[in-house]
Design a binder for this molecule. Structure first.
Ligand code: SIN
Length: 516
């Protein structure tokens, strides 16, 4: 059995940031990076178009960035976590520049900053519309040579007593580790319409939960308003970045007329959740929804979008593009402190799979790459200073037979999309839970964790009886002060509401303990 000081699961921005920071502090450690694809190509990071939000300009400050992040989060951000993000962000961007990340620059050599919806300032550093790809390339090229790449899928976290002591890989092989870091991304692939890549299926949440970690705010899913509405056969939908609307693209219906003005005074530049819900309403009313970018130099300024459209059979220069809201980001995740520690010793988490409290009920656009950079770096620092006990007597986990069941997964995607989409109701959520239960045995026999994750997400969504952040409850249309807390899933306990206090101080004091 191989023994590691640390195993990092996931090679997106968060996982790569952990590894870099850990090696800077403790190059003698034996570290393994477990991934499905090569670093630089793995996870959602290379797919990010917009860029990284950071207080960089002369007219900006971490305080202003904090204000915008808190406002987007709809009352549920953890302010200390947001302050860490916005204050440490510029240092992490400087490091990216130092390793040769080619962000766009103005003629005077300064970084070119774009502005996105709900930001008071221009603060998004970017590399054309392929920002994630460039960032992932630079990080991958700067990974330490001693790092061991391990290709495969983690099927279980192995615990001894109350401590995580290793992982099971591909249902068979056991790897022992003093510490395990989850950086495994989001949940989009559990929904029929998503911008997320294959692998973003919530496995990290199930692994953490089964190992005894708390999960938080699982109901908060963000919908991007403009995914290209094409038939994908179970794959993701191409993203049409928000920056297109920032540069003047209009949302029109089948008549060719812009319609966003009917829904919000800021029209196309209204907050992301408002635009997504307006599209949903307009579609419900029987209209088509299209993005008209014909007046923009899409081929030059948005080369990636241009390619994606052409590959799907649409030419942005000559025709409006059919768009639909799609699942884009999961605000919920494994509850961690400001250094990425979960409640389970030996288990850490960062990036989209984690819940630091940075995003609250709704993530501010372009804050996610920044979170991976800042919290990945912090986690690496904290981990380097953690005790590395020799791992002995790691139990072998029972083998898991992996028999993928694409039909059952397609059904899960339909169930969550129709029951837990951006407009929800008690009735729809209940129906979804019943349909999911019928698939339980089949999913579990296929070795998938989809049942565990989807079930917890549906239950969290049913628990919160209000509209807040990125989604709307049709039966509870208001945001209610009584629900101004986090939804906490503690293994073995009923779902409860957690007070809005820092985790360490609050001791997870439960305001409302309500069984479903
Ligand atoms: C986009 O480019 O529209 C997405 C940016 C983000 O989700 O942060």
């Amino acid at each position: 059995m191989s023994h590691y000081d640390a195993l990092v699961i996931g090679a997106g921005v968060a996982g790569m940031s952990v590894v870099r920071s850990l090696y800077q502090q403790a190059p003698q450690l034996r570290v393994g990076l477990v991934t499905l694809l090569a670093p630089g190509q793995a996870g959602a990071t290379p797919w990010a178009q917009g860029g990284v939000a950071v207080a960089w300009g002369q007219d900006d400050s971490p305080q202003l960035h904090t204000q915008d992040t808190l406002a987007a989060g709809a009352g549920l951000c953890r302010s200390e976590a947001v302050e860490v993000l916005t204050q440490e962000g510029p240092r992490r961007i400087q490091e990216l520049l130092d390793i040769g990340t080619a962000f766009d620059r103005r003629p005077d050599g300064q970084l070119e900053l774009t502005r996105e919806a709900a930001h008071q300032r221009r603060r998004v550093v970017h590399a054309g519309d392929a920002s994630g790809r460039e960032l992932a390339r630079a990080l991958a090229q700067s990974l330490p040579s001693g790092l061991e790449l391990i290709y495969g899928q983690v099927t279980r976290l192995i615990t001894r007593g109350s401590r995580v002591v290793g992982v099971q890989l591909d249902g068979q092989r056991t790897l022992a580790a003093s510490h395990v870091v989850l950086a495994s991304g989001g949940v989009g692939q559990l929904f029929a319409a998503t911008t997320n890549p294959v692998g973003a299926d919530g496995t990290g949440l199930a692994l953490a939960f089964e190992a005894g970690a708390n999960l938080r705010d699982l109901e908060f899913v963000q919908f991007h308003p403009t995914a290209l509405a094409v038939s994908t056969h179970g794959d993701n939908l191409p993203l049409l970045t928000e920056a297109l609307r920032g540069e003047g693209a209009r949302l029109v219906d089948e008549t060719g007329q812009p319609f966003m003005g009917q829904y919000h005074p800021d029209a196309e530049l209204a907050p992301r959740d408002v635009v997504a819900f307006a599209l949903w309403q307009h579609r419900q009313a029987g209209h088509q929804t299209l993005l008209d970018a014909r007046d923009l130099p899409v081929a030059q300024r948005f080369a990636q979008v241009h390619q994606l459209c052409l590959a799907a059979g649409f030419d942005p220069a000559t025709q409006p593009l059919p768009v639909t809201p799609a699942v884009h980001y999961h605000m919920g995740g494994v509850e961690v402190d400001l250094w990425g520690r979960t409640q389970v010793s030996g288990l850490w988490a960062c990036g989209e799979v984690s819940s630091t409290g940075v995003h609250g009920a709704n993530r501010l656009a372009s804050n996610s790459l920044l979170e991976g950079l800042v919290y990945g770096h912090r986690l690496g620092e904290a981990l380097a200073n953690a005790p590395f006990k020799a791992v002995c007597r790691v139990p072998e986990a029972a083998p898991v037979a992996l028999r993928p069941d694409p039909l059952a997964m397609a059904r899960v995607r339909e169930i969550l999309w129709s029951g837990m989409g951006l407009a929800r109701s008690s009735q729809g959520l209940e129906k979804a839970a019943i349909s999911l239960d019928r698939l339980r045995t089949r999913l579990q026999e296929s070795g998938s964790s989809a049942y565990t994750v989807a079930n917890l997400m549906l239950r969290s969504a049913a628990f919160r009886q209000e509209s807040r952040g990125a989604h709307r409850r049709l039966d509870y249309p208001q945001t209610s002060p009584a629900w101004a807390g986090h939804t906490l899933v503690v293994p073995g306990q009923a779902i409860a509401m957690q007070a809005l206090q820092p985790m360490a101080e609050s001791q997870h004091q439960e305001l409302l303990a309500r069984s479903l």
